[in-house]
Write a new protein. Structure first.
Length: 274
């Protein structure tokens, strides 16, 4: 103990300095910016207002939030039910997959049909008929202007004036015209059929990956193409009717020509006997 006191006495100056530093840096109680309570201010209304706000929050806001939360939960339940209805009833995934598989099978079937339609059927063996047949089976509308020359090389041109009776020349010219018209139309319809097949293949590929919401649009486009195809079919039927009409007209003209020739023979015979 004596040694401790002796040591403290020897360092008394350092101890005094340390005590002064501690006294300076030690925290002191200080008044706030606004001393509370502030003299002259009645805090009762403020406390009442704060209490009223708390009461509104507790009695109005919180129940309102609970009602909103309940409503949102109900809406969420309805949306969930609708989602399940669309997924399980309207657009079930397995049914969509089966439909897409069916479209794929149809595309494979049409591919076989296209392969059959592209089988080489040309049968002519002589140069001129081969040329005409090649143009008629080309399915290329750009070859239509060359049909006239190829036709004449096979069926010959209309007889010159004086080499046949005028009515005979008219019948030959009309028959050749209708025949060439039909050949040109056949090339056109072949090209149209190829275009329709390409459009159908494109729509089939689109249907394989179409979302349920977009499938009706593709179906509507397919329906429009179906209407066009029916229109082209009607045009082809009209061409067949024209060919049949010219054949009947030729038969009628031939009978009229025969009747005129018989009348002329009778007239000449009568003149000869006289």
């Amino acid at each position: 103990m004596t040694e401790l006191l002796q040591t403290l006495w020897n360092h008394r100056l350092h101890l005094v300095v340390l005590l002064l530093v501690v006294a300076l840096i030690a925290p002191q109680q200080a008044p706030a910016q606004f001393p509370f309570p502030i003299p002259g201010i009645d805090w009762a209304p403020v406390v009442t207002a704060i209490g009223a706000i708390g009461s509104v929050i507790s009695n109005v806001v919180v129940p309102g939030l609970r009602i909103i939360n309940t409503a949102l939960n109900g809406v969420s339940g309805v949306l969930g039910a609708l989602n399940n209805f669309f997924h399980n009833v309207v657009y079930p995934a397995d049914a969509i997959a089966r439909a897409q598989a069916l479209v794929g099978q149809g595309e494979a079937l049409y591919a076989q049909i296209r392969a059959i339609a592209n089988i080489h059927i040309a049968s002519a063996t002589l140069p001129s008929p081969q040329n005409l047949e090649g143009v008629l089976l080309s399915r290329n509308p750009l070859n239509i202007p060359s049909i006239a020359g190829a036709f004449q090389s096979v069926y010959q041109a209309v007889p010159a004036d004086g080499n046949a009776a005028p009515q005979t020349r008219d019948m030959i010219d009309m028959t050749d015209a209708v025949a060439q018209d039909a050949m040109k139309r056949a090339v056109e319809f072949d090209a149209i059929a190829d275009t329709e097949q390409q459009a159908a293949a494109s729509m089939e590929e689109e249907l394989q990956t179409a979302a349920p919401g977009t499938a009706p649009m593709v179906e509507a486009e397919a329906a429009a193409w179906l209407v066009r195809a029916n229109a082209y079919t009607q045009a082809a039927l009209s061409e067949v009717i024209r060919i049949r009409a010219i054949a009947l007209a030729n038969n009628s003209a031939q009978m009229k020509s025969n009747a005129n020739n018989a009348a002329e023979v009778r007239h000449n015979s009568t003149q000869a006997f006289q």
